[in-house]
Unconditional design. Structure first.
Ligand SMILES: O=P(O)(O)OC[C@H]1O[C@H](OP(=O)(O)OP(=O)(O)O)[C@H](O)[C@@H]1O
Ligand SMILES: Nc1ncnc2[nH]cnc12
Length: 179
């Protein structure tokens, strides 16, 4: 494990049985509160954005906003929020998906994505992959290309990587930590 990975891992707090029995919640608020760790995470994800040739960063509500927005600024790219349904005022594309603990719908402003865009999706956690898969589907339905998915951590036992393989169609899935 690299020094950066050790730093990031040391700032993630495990919370048992949250938000429901049997879930080990990975809390990133200690990482966000540590400027060295947050900066290292932002810089590492911005390097990935550059390497994938992304033209814009999509962040997934809500924790993907916190990570994705500074990555977009650092990489010199625009930022597009993918929100839980009902939060965006303009014309949207909407996609339903299942979570480790429940189900939801996400939306994006259709006008934010063009056929010229290559999108890096940024989030904190890849768990079942339901959220990221729905985001990939939204981006592809808008005619844009998915440059890749970059997450702070992957919960490998939940199989998200396998779930995304087909939708990613060879685009990279980068997880800084395998948990
Ligand atoms: O791979 P999956 O099984 O889809 O799970 C991962 C998603 O779950 C969490 O978000 P959540 O929906 O809890 O929203 P939040 O960021 O607003 O807390 C996390 O931030 C990811 O977006
Ligand atoms: N175990 C977990 N911890 C934090 N965020 C999550 N999103 C889905 N599963 C999660």
């Amino acid at each position: 494990m690299t020094d950066i990975q050790e730093l990031l891992l040391s700032r993630i707090r495990d919370v048992a049985d949250y938000p429901e029995q049997g879930v080990m919640f990975k809390d990133i608020t200690p990482l966000l509160a540590d400027p060295a760790a947050f900066t290292a995470l932002t810089d590492t994800l911005a390097d990935i954005a550059g390497a994938t040739g992304a033209t814009k960063v999509v962040g997934l509500e809500a924790r993907g906003f916190i990570l994705g927005a500074p990555v977009a600024v650092r990489a010199g790219l625009g930022f597009i929020p993918v929100r839980k349904a009902g939060k965006l005022p303009g014309a949207t594309l909407r996609q339903a998906y299942d979570l480790e603990y429940g189900s939801a719908e996400i939306e994006v402003h259709a006008e934010d994505l063009t056929t010229a865009d290559r999108i890096l999706i940024v989030d904190d956690v890849l768990a079942t992959g339901g959220t990221a898969e729905a985001a990939i589907q939204l981006i592809q339905r808008a005619g844009a290309e998915v440059a890749g998915v970059a997450v702070l951590m992957e919960l490998g036992f939940l199989g998200g990587r396998d779930r995304l393989a087909q939708a990613l169609d060879g685009a990279p899935l980068e997880a800084l930590l395998q948990l």
